[in-house]
Structures are given as C-alpha cells and as structure tokens.
Design a protein around this ligand. Structure first.
Ligand SMILES: NC(=O)c1ccc[n+]([C@@H]2O[C@H](COP(=O)([O-])OP(=O)(O)OC[C@H]3O[C@@H](n4cnc5c(N)ncnc54)[C@H](OP(=O)(O)O)[C@@H]3O)[C@@H](O)[C@H]2O)c1
Length: 265
C-alpha cells in the first residue's frame, strides 16, 4: 500500500502481481513451487515439454501453461516475448527442470553426459541470458536455480549429474556477483533426495543393480539424510518462495543446502 496524506482516501495499490516462470512444472518439485508461488499472489507460467502436462495445474492455480523444452535454444530465445504477449515481462525465473542418471565413469555415455548438461546447465544459462537483462533494466528480479546437494559435493556414479549441478552453482554465483547492484538476486537451492519421480527412478536403479527390495532402496536413500527421511517437494517450494520475496533482497549468491544437514559447508 502506498503512503497517503490524511486529506484523502488511501491510494489503491496498483502494483501488478509479479510474473514467475517455473520450468519443469509438470510434476514433482516444479509443480509444488508453482502452487506455492501462486498461493503467495504471483502469476505463474507453468512450463514443461508438453503443454498438456501442465494444463491441469495451470487451471488449478490460475497459471499460464506453456510448452518449453529447455534444450531448444530457439524456444528459449522467444519465450520472453511469448509470455509478454499474454501477461507481461517475467520478474521471477525458477530454473527447476532437470534430469538425472547414474553410471560408473567408464560406462557414462557421451549422449547421457551431453543431455544432462543440456537440460541441467545450458538451458538455465540460456533462460537467464534471455530473461534476466529485462529484470535488471526494470530494477527488480529474482532467479532461483533448483540445483542439488550434488552441486556442493561429489557422489559416486553421478559424474554428469554432479558436474551439471556444480556448473549451476558456479553460474549462479557469477550472475549474483554481476547483478548485485541491479535489484535482481540470484540463488540456488540444493536439496538432498526429494520424494519425486526422480528419486523413485534412483530407487528403481538401486533395486535393479543390487537386487535390494524397493523398501531397502528407499531406506538407503533416506539414510543419506541425517534426519533419516526424504525431503518433500513442498519443503523445496517453501524455500524458493522465501527467496523470491521482496524482503529477501539481501540473500544473493547463496547455494542453500536443504538436506537435513547431510552437506554442511
Ligand atoms: N528429486 C530429487 O531427489 C532431487 C534432489 C535434488 C535436486 N533435484 C532437482 O530438482 C529439479 C526437479 O526434479 P524433480 O525431482 O521434481 O524431478 P521430476 O519429478 O523427474 O521432474 C522433472 C521435471 O523436469 C522437466 N523436464 C525434464 N526434461 C526437460 C526438458 N528437456 N525441458 C523442459 N523440462 C524438462 C519434466 O517435465 P516434462 O518431462 O513433463 O517435460 C519435469 O517437470 C531437478 O533440477 C532436479 O535435478 C531433485
């Protein structure tokens, strides 16, 4: 609410709601982030490779469903204009879309490496390049990367994933330094295992390669967290929502672990 003098009625707050783009919003962490941001009053663009996969969520939260494959450079270059035509410029960018796989170093294929880098690192870089200069020019913006605690430390059999997430943390830090005086903040959240399809796929791989039961595989992932549990998607969404608030201006360039204390740095 704007200040007003005692002679007249208070001026209406005419600040339009902020517009947030969430990549990988079709399920898991991205869908939880989209719901939380919408609940705090943001207008949320829900993106995934197939627009049909985000329609129901967009209907539920009053969002804008769009198709966006983050490996498609042309689509990224035009996404700001597409969203602006419907709603306006993007104020908040949540780089959440991601893929993971695991293999020992000598069995990690070029194709797998290239795909993981393309989705997890090059796509977010291109989205930032397309959308962040506009935020800086308008003097306000928020960028949050959903990295991983695999961006803070190494794990066996995950060279490509760890390299891509360490790359995301480096990208975030460089951008935060470059944009520090612009009104744009840039941060990363770094969860441990979160109960989504991605973690369920990891459990299935453990079961397939070790013969352990699905319950044992789940327990093995939960044991990595000192709290002996999997993180829930809404916990990640809550941290992301806190980072995009107006009064979070002072938090910049941080890679925040969200893993029960598994990685301390
Ligand atoms: N789950 C975990 O344990 C965990 C832990 C730490 C960090 N993370 C990170 O959290 C993020 C979300 O993971 P999640 O667990 O929610 O995974 P998820 O359930 O597998 O969802 C992945 C999301 O990424 C999207 N996506 C995949 N490839 C894409 C592409 N080429 N272009 C656009 N979107 C694409 C998927 O959308 P469509 O397939 O519908 O296009 C989906 O919405 C990822 O960056 C992941 O690395 C996850």
């Amino acid at each position: 609410m704007k200040p007003h003098d005692s002679a007249g009625p208070p001026e209406a707050d005419v600040t339009p709601p902020r517009i947030a783009l969430v990549t990988g919003a079709s399920r898991g962490i991205g869908a939880a982030i989209a719901r939380r941001l919408a609940a705090t009053g943001l207008r949320v663009v829900c993106a995934a490779r197939a627009v049909d996969s985000v329609r129901a969520l967009a209907d539920e939260i009053g969002g804008l469903p769009i198709a966006l494959d983050v490996t498609d450079g042309d689509a990224i270059a035009s996404v700001g204009a597409r969203i602006a035509a419907d709603w306006g410029p993007v104020d908040v960018l949540i780089n959440n879309a991601g893929v993971s796989s695991s293999a020992p170093l000598d069995k990690h294929s070029d194709a797998d490496w290239d795909h993981m880098l393309a989705v997890n690192l090059t796509g977010p870089f291109r989205l930032c390049r397309a959308l962040v200069p506009g935020m800086a020019a308008r003097g306000w913006g928020r960028v949050v990367f959903v990295a991983s605690n695999a961006g803070l430390t190494g794990y066996p059999y995950t060279t490509g994933y760890c390299a891509s997430k360490h790359g995301v943390v480096g990208l975030m830090r460089a951008m935060a330094a470059e944009l520090a005086r612009s009104g744009v903040t840039v941060n990363a959240v770094c969860p441990g295992f979160v109960e989504t399809d991605m973690a369920r796929d990891a459990m299935a791989r453990i079961t397939a390669t070790t013969g352990r039961s699905p319950e044992d595989a789940r327990a093995a992932l939960a044991r990595l967290n000192p709290q002996k549990r999997l993180i829930q998607p809404d916990e990640v969404a809550a941290l992301v929502t806190a980072l995009v608030a107006d009064d979070a201006l002072g938090i910049n360039g941080q890679a925040l672990a969200l893993d029960g204390g598994q990685v301390m740095h």
